[in-house]
Design a protein around this ligand. Sequence first.
Ligand SMILES: *[C@@H]1O[C@H](CO)[C@@H](O)[C@H](O)[C@H]1NC(C)=O
Ligand SMILES: *[C@@H]1O[C@H](CO)[C@@H](O)[C@H](O)[C@H]1NC(C)=O
Length: 257
Amino acid sequence: MRERGKMTLLKLLNFQHILMLSVFTGAANGYYFQTWTQCIYSTHDLSDMELIEGFYFNKYPVIKFNSTVGMFEGFSDLGVKTAELWNNDTAFLQQTKAKVDTYCKPNSQVFEAAIHSKKERPKVKLSSVMPGDSTHPALVKCSAYDFYPQPIKVYWLKDGVEVTSDVTSTEELPNGDWYYQIHTVLEYTPKSAEKISCVVEHASFTRPMIYDWTPPPAPEFEWDIQLLFTIESAALLLGVIIAATGYIYYKIKTSGL
Ligand SMILES: *[C@@H]1O[C@H](CO)[C@@H](O)[C@H](O)[C@H]1NC(C)=O
Ligand SMILES: *[C@@H]1O[C@H](CO)[C@@H](O)[C@H](O)[C@H]1NC(C)=O
């Protein structure tokens, strides 16, 4: 099982404010001024927190603030002049830089706490990867989707006994939306009356959940071949009988003359 504290996902908290919206009377057109505030981090202690503030007029970026750079950057003539003005305003610049601690970190902590207290049950699905035949073993897959938190245990039972060999599993794979998925494949030789089950243990369950595997019915195609063979053999036998009867009948008739 993967180490719990390791966070591989880059987290992004996005807060959008539409600051100003002016619409001219009767027209569908309008002017949009908007700012985007982004808090980007990838560690649990929030030590690499970065604040990005973007100011846009209609769809054009005018000014951008990047806390790692620590300065405003302007894009249009107006943007460049305004950025210079804002960069000269020490109090305003300090206040914006401080948002990393006053705005980003507290909000991220609230969101982190909300997601960490959350438990989402895995959606478990059993499926056949390979049906298996006289020469190849069967492959059955147990997948658990959309669960949270990350730690999970997924294993196989054969007639109630845990299977430790012939099992291939993935790690808990992040979906990219805070949730995880995991897949495990069991290789087995189908035997009648043998019960195969997938067991899932997760913090969202009060007990281990057992999912029994029902192999799909044998393909009808094979049935047809067998049926065809039976019909063919019967027809051949019937033909032999008819021919023999005809021959005997002919013999009796010719000898009788
Ligand atoms: C912010 O600036 C730093 C330093 O130039 C850079 O590495 C980082 O990618 C920038 N962040 C964004 C989101 O543009
Ligand atoms: C910003 O400060 C610099 C240096 O003090 C000065 O030369 C410049 O004119 C100032 N710009 C604005 C727009 O106030």
